[in-house]
Design a protein around this ligand. Structure first.
Ligand code: UT7
Length: 330
């Protein structure tokens, strides 16, 4: 049985920088509050007209170049996003056409911040079962257009940003690659972090009342999300370690979903990790939902923080609630 190994990685963030100071022009907030509560200094926003599949293209090109592959080599596109271009069709199909991939399958994954790790787990099954040799896994998000940039939405709006990351997962005969993946959900908390409308349960799906009430914006009960995140992250990381006979001391690098620096600090403390065992870039990009893990992993690789043979753990928690981990031998 082949191993499923990350053979190429790339990311892209839009050039427009939105600082904390910039946000304070639209809403009652300030740099000190945002940095102290979240660790975020700035995030990136797309220009009007740039959608989630557009943002993914440079990330995919970089990952494909990094893997040394052509479009015809890819067997399947897995596109994780919580901010798809359209209600239908999925962003994976749009990317297939925009990048002129052959008419391969394009599968969208809608599990928000955990989407990329879920996507890796799907790719892993296809590779290990020798169905495909190379699978593309993308996390791409345009969150800026889902933000209420008024004081009403300040608790959520200051956190999220736009960006895209992509990997190629390939069949490998050596002993590196994904060792295991672990997926969870609990829909009892669906409304703690959600976009209420447009909804299939409302006719018409979008109307003036929805717009006036701001139900089309992402809404979050920050305290409740925080409370669950600091429990579920360590739990799912330990699950991945236990399943493979490792302890937290064995981790060379933990790349958590970049949700909030305080959440990362609590994970670090709970697992007893040294500073150099956990990666963070939230100060630059904020929370980019499904894109955050591949963006952070790509930057960690580019900064030589991941070396061949390292034990790398990826973990995510978010809306759903969903949470997941992947443990890899690099
Ligand atoms: O991918 C998973 C996604 N989400 C997360 O991981 C988020 C998890 N949650 C959090 O990170 C935190 O709950 C937040 C950063 C969202 C909020 O921090 P908090 O310490 O839980 O603050 P809070 O919501 O309890 O608000 C404290 C105060 C409130 O004012 P009062 O009632 O004490 O007067 C808020 O109105 O801070 C106020 N506030 C703000 N002030 C300035 C809320 N947002 C802002 C803001 N700027 N942007």
């Amino acid at each position: 049985m082949p191993n499923a190994k990350i053979s190429g990685i790339g990311f892209f963030v839009p050039p427009k920088v939105m600082t904390n100071e910039d946000l304070s022009q639209f809403m009652d907030t300030n740099d000190e509050w945002i940095q102290e509560r979240t660790g975020i200094q700035e995030r990136r926003y797309v220009e009007n007209g740039v959608s989630t599949s557009d943002l993914a293209i440079p990330a995919v090109e970089m990952a494909m170049d990094n893997a040394g592959l052509e479009k015809g080599d890819i067997g399947l596109i897995i596109f994780a996003t919580s901010t798809p271009d359209y209600y239908a069709p999925g962003s994976g199909c749009l990317l297939q056409e925009k990048m002129k991939f052959p008419t391969i399958g394009a599968l969208d994954i809608r599990v928000q911040c955990s989407g990329f790790v879920y996507g890796l787990s799907v790719a892993q099954q296809y590779i290990e079962n020798s169905i495909f040799k190379h699978v593309l896994v993308i996390g791409s998000e345009v969150q800026s257009t889902a933000m209420d940039l008024s004081t009403r939405g300040r608790d959520t709006a200051v956190i999220f940003g736009d960006g895209a990351g992509a990997v190629v997962v390939s069949a490998s005969k050596d002993d590196s690659g994904i060792l295991s993946t672990h997926l969870h959900s609990d829909g009892a908390y669906a409304k703690e972090l959600w976009v209420e409308a447009p909804s299939s349960g409302i006719s018409p799906r979008l109307n003036q009342e929805i717009l006036d009430d701001g139900k089309h914006f992402l809404k979050m009960n920050g305290r409740e999300v925080f409370r669950h995140a600091v429990t579920r992250f360590p739990e799912v990381i330990i699950e991945s370690l236990d399943s493979n006979g490792f302890s937290s001391e064995d981790i060379d690098l933990l790349v958590p979903h970049q949700a909030n620096i305080r959440i990362a600090q609590m994970i670090q403390k709970r697992l007893g990790l040294r500073d150099n065992q956990i990666y963070s870039n939230i100060h630059k990009y904020g929370n980019t939902t499904a894109a955050s893990v591949p963006i952070a992993l790509c930057e960690a690789v580019n900064e030589n923080k991941v070396k061949k043979g390292d034990l790398v753990v990826l973990a995510a928690f978010g809306s759903g609630f969903t949470w997941a981990s992947a443990i890899l031998r690099w």
